[in-house]
Design a protein around this ligand. Structure first.
Ligand code: MGD
Ligand code: MGD
Ligand code: SF4
Ligand code: MO
Length: 742
């Protein structure tokens, strides 16, 4: 087929994953001819992956919803936007009047953090809903890292990331950035940057039960036992004290709790934890020495260290290691980004703050503590099923597919059927939204402007980049911030037909209430030409740490300047040391020994007395797949069948499993089947299956995905298994039984 010549070039920051690559699109009118990396992007330098290319398929996908759907007589019918909102008002308002605010639950999914409009208006939706029943993908993901960072540094978003361009020794645990492209660490082209580090004489060490794509790149692979990062890390910290390797350096006056920490890790010599984590004691000690003696080093832990029973402890110990080896907040170590906008840890008085708390209230059925204003996703089904005051009777989901992405999807799907009313803001009629009464479709990302609100907080270099919309949206298709604002209007009792501009003005004025009145009035006037996310962005940029201070620092940033710098964007340079300024703990110190964490070590102690499970299941991510929602895009779906169970040859032999033949995987009294892929990559006793599959459920509209549905790993998992501190689900290291199927 001949490719028609392009007539225009446009640029867009990719909103699919955390790498935030700048893309270059060749267009012919409103047709996308091709998508490639934008070499001139000041941050990503031309890198992209197949999912960026797939934005063309997403834009063109005939299954992507273009108009609202309302369920009538058991079938979905397309309706106009006004009718959809009137339906929501007619059903939701009386339900909340009768049963109270907690009767409405909210589910907020992963793509929310990748979309400017959703990111900035979901908080408004949460506030307007006024419910305790908020559930997000964070408790399937990074909450342990946020909680550990919050306890140590005083803010949920004060998160250290490796300064990879200057680093010389990087220990990666439970992450596969060569495939995932990095997480809680925005680092496009990790592979290239890791190779450059190695070329400078640096060393990459990866702790992973599978020889992942990242482990294959590494100088050393430690095939750690799943769920035992905490034991390994305790062994490392113990070694530092035991061998006199602790070196706080510049941070010494800013650290609290060193003695308490030393006492707490006393029982965990490398020799004692070795059997549990599956790493020889001498290898643990050696890794501690390497970290301590490397001039520039960092430890980085990600999803494998989060979605396990000791997630918060493991993430705490990662940062403890960075502190004790003198690598935190040092160039080439683990450093704190300073985002141009919404950098909450630049607000207030520098160096001291209120710190964070959890458990201000508890979930009704299990009594799970609130963490960052939400309950564990694993509690959602029981909150819907269990009668009584505060029962969830209605639900709004925004960009989430928990029927596939949360543990025990089958129970959740049955619970969703019991709801009196459900609204989904989503792109597809999928495994979750099929339960909704009204589906409100978002636009194609190419029809929206973008500024990455979340991941600039986690980037390996500071930057400010903006993309205008690439293609026009259908004239009646509102941007998602307006969809959310319309829901806010309904929840505030202002009606489905409320004047959105006036409401947006009022909400912005409410945001400004923390300023002196004259100043708030001046800001209102200066930004009167903007509305929606762009007004919030301009305000945030101008008042932010790199901003023009509304004229006080004329060289500083404004949204106009950032827009004018598109598509290359503005490079704000390498990360700079930020301690003590960044700290917001009540003590003004880095807390090395928060009481909540020391107490939780009792669970580790009890765990050490238990036998190590014989066969456990872990997850994996794949380049041509993104959680549960991109399997409908032909460019990604083509190629070999991907939802396979990786099994070590010894295990395959022992269990009578053949390569390519289906295996039955059982856990928690439930079973799924997946084809076996015999693989030397696996640590014996550990098998790996990707998550996000299981598209064989009835009532969805995703034709390509349905052709090769795959098995839903989460259908097996226990929704009650979680890290009690952060509420995060245990999605990895789960004991399973394997047999040949059929
Ligand atoms: N077993 C296991 N389970 C896991 C994980 C694991 O490692 N193992 N990982 C967990 C992690 S880290 C995460 S983040 C979660 C993710 O789980 P979810 O938060 O449920 O996210 P996705 O599965 O990506 O589903 C995204 C949903 O958003 C919709 N969507 C996509 N783009 C847009 C948009 O622009 N607007 C709107 N309104 N909707 C959109 C999609 O159609 C889909 O319904 O899964 C978790 N589940
Ligand atoms: N292509 C692609 N990219 C993605 C996504 C995707 O679905 N596809 N999802 C995005 C999302 S939402 C997220 S949160 C990020 C996650 O990004 P990463 O944190 O890099 O996650 P994974 O790629 O799943 O890598 C996790 C690794 O941990 C290992 N592991 C499992 N259990 C344990 C354990 O107990 N201990 C240790 N040490 N290792 C363990 C697994 O074998 C796996 O190699 O990726 C993002 N990027
Ligand atoms: S790495 Fe992530 S941000 Fe970059 S093109 Fe791929 S999906 Fe998009
Ligand atoms: Mo995630």
């Amino acid at each position: 087929m001949d490719t028609p010549p392009a007539t225009a070039v446009a640029h867009r920051i990719c909103p699919v994953c955390e790498a935030c690559c700048g893309l270059e699109l060749q267009l012919q009118g409103e047709r996308i001819v091709s998508i490639r990396g934008h070499a001139g992007d000041r941050f990503s330098g031309g890198y992209l992956c197949p999912k960026g290319v797939a934005l063309k398929d997403l834009h063109e996908d005939p299954d992507r919803l273009r108009a609202p759907l309302v369920r009538r007589g058991g079938r979905f019918v397309e309706v106009g936007w006004d009718e959809a909102f009137r339906e929501i008002e007619a059903r939701l308002v009386p339900l909340r009047e009768r049963h109270g605010r907690d009767a409405l639950g909210l589910v907020i999914g992963n793509p929310t953090v990748h979309k400017t409009g959703l990111m900035l208006y979901v908080p408004r939706l949460v506030r307007a809903a006024g419910t305790h029943n908020v559930f997000t993908a964070s408790t399937l993901d990074q909450m342990p890292k946020q909680l550990a960072s919050g306890l140590m540094y005083g803010h949920w978003l004060t998160i250290a990331v490796p300064d990879i361009e200057r680093c010389e020794h990087l220990l990666v645990l439970g992450a596969n950035p060569a495939t995932s492209n990095g997480s809680m660490w925005t680092v496009p082209d990790f592979r290239g940057k890791a190779r450059a580090m190695q070329a400078r004489g640096g060393r990459l060490v990866v702790g992973d039960p599978r020889r992942s794509e990242t482990a294959a790149l590494a100088d050393e692979h430690l095939p750690i036992h799943p769920g035992a990062d905490v034991h390994f890390l305790l062994g490392l910290v113990h070694t530092l004290f035991d061998e006199g390797l602790v070196r706080l350096g510049r941070l010494a006056p800013h650290v609290a709790g060193l003695e308490a920490l030393q006492a707490a890790v006393q029982p965990y010599a490398a020799e004692r934890v070795s059997a549990r984590c599956g790493i020889a004691a001498e290898a643990i000690r050696r890794q501690a020495r390497l970290l301590a003696t490397a001039p520039r080093a960092a430890v980085y832990g990600r999803i494998g260290t989060c979605t396990q029973a000791y997630g918060t402890l493991a993430n705490w110990l990662v940062d403890v290691l960075n502190v004790l080896t003198g690598h935190l907040d040092e160039p080439g170590g683990a450093m704190f980004p300073k985002a141009a906008v919404f950098a909450a840890n630049t607000l207030g008085a520098p160096g001291r703050g209120r710190g964070i708390v959890t458990g201000r209230y508890r979930s009704r059925v299990s009594g799970a503590p609130e963490v960052l204003g939400e309950f564990p996703m694993g509690c959602l089904a029981e909150e819907i099923e269990t009668p009584g005051e505060g029962q969830v009777r209605a639900l709004i989901t925004v960009a989430g597919n928990p029927v596939l992405s949360a543990p025990n999807g089958p129970r959740l799907a049955a619970a969703l059927e019991q709801l009196e009313f459900m609204v989904s803001v989503d792109l597809y009629l999928n495994e979750t939204t099929r339960h909704a009464d009204v589906i409100l479709p978002g636009r194609s990302p190419l029809e929206d402007p973008h500024y990455d609100v979340a991941f600039a907080q986690l980037s390996h270099r500071n930057h400010a980049r903006y993309s205008p919309a690439v293609l026009p949206a259908a004239p009646d298709h509102p941007p998602e911030w307006q969809v959310l604002l319309r829901l806010v209007a309904i929840l505030r009792g202002e009606g489905a037909g409320a004047d959105l501009r006036a409401l947006d003005d009022r909400l912005f004025a409410e945001d400004l209430q923390r300023l002196p009145p004259e100043q708030a009035g001046a800001v209102m006037r200066l930004l009167a030409h903007r509305e929606g996310p762009e007004r919030l962005l301009d305000f945030g940029l101008r008042s932010g740490p790199h901003g023009d201070g509304f004229g006080r620092r004329p060289d500083g940033l404004t949204l106009d300047k950032v827009m004018a710098a598109a598509p290359a964007g503005i490079d704000l340079g390498p990360l700079q040391p930020r301690v003590p300024e960044v700290l917001r703990t009540p003590s003004g110190c880095i807390e090395l020994a928060p009481a909540m964490l020391l107490e939780d070590l009792a669970r580790v102690e009890a765990d050490l007395a238990q036998p190590v499970p014989e066969l456990v299941l872990v997850g994996r991510r794949q380049v041509r797949s993104n959680n549960s929602w991109m399997h409908n895009l032909p460019v990604l779906a083509k190629g070999p069948y991907r939802c396979t169970l990786l099994v070590h040859p010894d295990d395959a032999r022992r269990l009578g499993l053949r390569d390519g033949a289906p295996a039955r995987i059982e856990a928690n009294g439930r079973a799924i089947e997946a084809p076996v892929e015999v693989s030397e990559e696996m640590r014996p006793g550990v098998v790996s299956l990707p998550h996000g599959w299981g598209h064989g459920l009835p009532g969805t509209r995703m034709a390509v995905a349905a052709e090769r549905p795959g098995a839903n790993l989460n259908a097996l998992l226990d929704e009650a298994a979680r890290d009690p501190l952060s509420g995060t689900a245990v999605l990895s290291g789960v004991p399973v039984r394997l047999t040949a199927a059929g």
